[in-house]
Write a protein that binds this ligand. Sequence first.
Ligand SMILES: [Mg+2]
Length: 280
Amino acid sequence: MASVSIPACTTALLLDIEGTTTPITFDILFPYIRDHLEDHLSAHWEEDECKQDVHLLKKQMEEDMRQNRACPVHTVDQTVHTDEEKAIREVVENVMWQMAADRKSTALKQLQGHMWRAAYTSGRIKGEIYPDVVPSIKMWRERGLKVYIYSSGSVEAQKLLFGHSVEGDVLDLFDGHFDTTIGAKVDSKSYERIAERIDSQPEEITFLTDVSRANRPHGESLCQTVLTRGFVVAEAKAAEEAGLNVLLVVRPGNMELTDEESAHYNLITSFSQLQLTGRA
Ligand SMILES: [Mg+2]
């Protein structure tokens, strides 16, 4: 595929993760929780961090009961004997229910974050990165460009992924990380804020993002997919509105672009196609 030039005034590259630097991780991270939750709770039940996670989940459960939200009914399991086993089963049931309902409670997110951290640090999960990503970023940095990440995954999750990647710890490739605490990815103000934070003009930043099935859970309807798609295009549009230069990254499994999108955006299938013409 042909190379694509970025403006000569570019000083910084801003990268999306899922569908851009990394294949969609949805299919790995969430099943990991489902498969390992009970073992995780049994192994760490007496530890402070786990106690706090369970405490938060219990408070959430109570809150859900008060508000009459649907909550799983606990049937007495004859194979369970001790109080601890019972308590663990109760937590497992609740977490499974929250995940099936796609709840975004702090209690759920905190527990998931702790489990993923343990999985990354022990090497049971590695952050996937497309093979063109690391060599390209190294070259851009040699040419004096700054490189930042902007993802809807938390900064902590971003650092886990790149700190424990298939290519080892590559965190030193990045000058900074942004997540949705700076604002939503579909809001052009978020990109203005990022420009301010990194001391650049919006037109000096090139944003690389995808139009992919990112964050599409199994079983999502076609209608939802269309919404997701609109959402990701909205992300590119928002960055553009803020004045950033936008490149769309086309990766395996991405949705087909409409003719209008293909005509409007510069497309790359690999970071190596980025041409830094006019730069020292
Ligand atoms: Mg993405």
